[in-house]
Design a protein around this ligand. Structure first.
Ligand code: DGY
Length: 353
């Protein structure tokens, strides 16, 4: 091969190298695996990418590694002719219009399983914090209000031997049920579809309808997918059906709960306490919630242990490499989002925190 043709060959292979967009800095040592196959365009910092910025980023790339901060739908992909894969770093994918992506032949993937246990741990921690008034007590102490041991001060509710209600009995819901057995809790659940008897048996969980779940739970945890069908499924009417002594914990998506109705129920004593890790207008939090003492508020960190966040990025990188036809699993991304029209458990996975 002459020097000129060698140069031409190199230029052609460089031009053919697929290009991917990484929407925010993740873990460099993991994301750097992309460099073996692709040219990587990396956003320099964590920022809110608006529709125009996302559309501009997607215009020139074959694939994208994104987080729940990036909403990707028809408008964002309208001028992205080369786009073939979007790998979401997260199990919930309500930030993606999967139908729009799939109708363009773009593969969408998410990161189930790797965050199940960590997220279930945190759901349990939040439920316990709400029931036992952990953060409220800390504020009390730090605020200099603790004047001495008080027999009747800051009394909470027990978890052990109480009734746990789980709305959304997918992987994370089952993880919470598993933990509940160590607390001798009675586990009730409601789900789009009832689980097989052996799975119910394994978690000692009983299926009930939604209204019964609301009425009987001492502690209700939300772990269901967010969709137009589940928007504000916990509204004023639902809250009115709960016990006034109950707690509500949301680790799924903020839009599942009508936050104004929740603030009203907590403020009026209609509901004892709540814990929210997710919010409808993240990162904004309704000031009516911020003003309350009987609520634990955390900034969407349920999957946020170091090892789990690393595992999520690893899986998303594997997905992107494979979805773009490279690497050992070329063409077979480990966790594609199953098109809803083909059945599968996509709906069950969507939105679970
Ligand atoms: C998810 O994975 O859906 C979480 O909400 C973000 O970690």
């Amino acid at each position: 091969m002459s020097a000129t043709s060698r140069h031409a060959y190199r230029a052609a292979s460089v031009a053919e190298r697929p290009r991917v967009w990484v929407s925010q800095p993740l873990f460099d040592d993991i994301v750097s695996r992309l460099h073996a196959y692709f040219d990587v365009v990396q956003a320099p910092d964590v920022r809110e990418h608006d529709e125009a910025a996302i559309a501009a980023a997607l215009r020139e790339v074959d694939g994208a590694l994104v987080t729940l901060n990036e909403r990707i739908g028809e408008r964002e992909i309208a001028n992205a002719p080369k786009l073939r894969a979007v790998a979401n770093v997260g199990v919930g994918y309500d930030n993606l219009d999967v139908g729009a992506l799939q109708s363009r032949g773009i593969v969408a993937t998410n990161t189930p399983d790797v965050l199940t246990e960590t997220t279930a741990d945190f759901g349990f921690a939040l439920m316990m914090a709400a029931a036992r008034r952990v953060t409220e007590s800390e504020r009390h102490l730090r605020g200099g209000k603790w004047t001495g041991w008080n027999f009747k001060g800051l009394l909470g509710a027990d978890l052990h031997r109480s009734t746990l209600g789980i709305l959304g009995m997918g992987r994370i819901g089952q993880g919470i049920a598993k933990r509940a057995s160590g607390f001798d809790m009675q586990v009730l659940y409601h789900n789009r579809s009832r689980l097989p008897a052996d799975v119910e048996g394994a978690y000692k969980a009983s299926y009930v309808d939604f209204d019964t779940l609301l009425a009987r739970a001492d502690h209700l945890v939300l772990v269901l997918p967010y969709s137009p069908q589940t928007h504000h499924i916990v509204d004023a009417a639902a809250l009115a059906k709960m016990k006034p002594t109950a707690t509500l914990t949301n680790i799924a998506r903020g839009g599942i709960v009508d936050e104004a109705a929740l603030a009203e129920a907590l403020g009026s004593g209609r509901l004892a306490a709540a814990a929210l890790d997710v919010f409808e207008g993240e990162p904004a939090v309704d000031p009516r919630l911020l003003a309350l003492d009987n609520i634990v508020l955390t900034p969407h960190i349920a999957s946020g242990s170091l090892s789990t966040r690393r595992a999520m990025v690893t899986l998303a990188v594997d997905n992107l490499i494979a979805a773009l036809g490279a690497g050992p699993d070329a063409g077979r991304p480990p966790t594609p989002i199953v098109p809803v029209t083909q059945g599968g458990d996509a709906g069950k996975r969507a939105g679970a925190a």
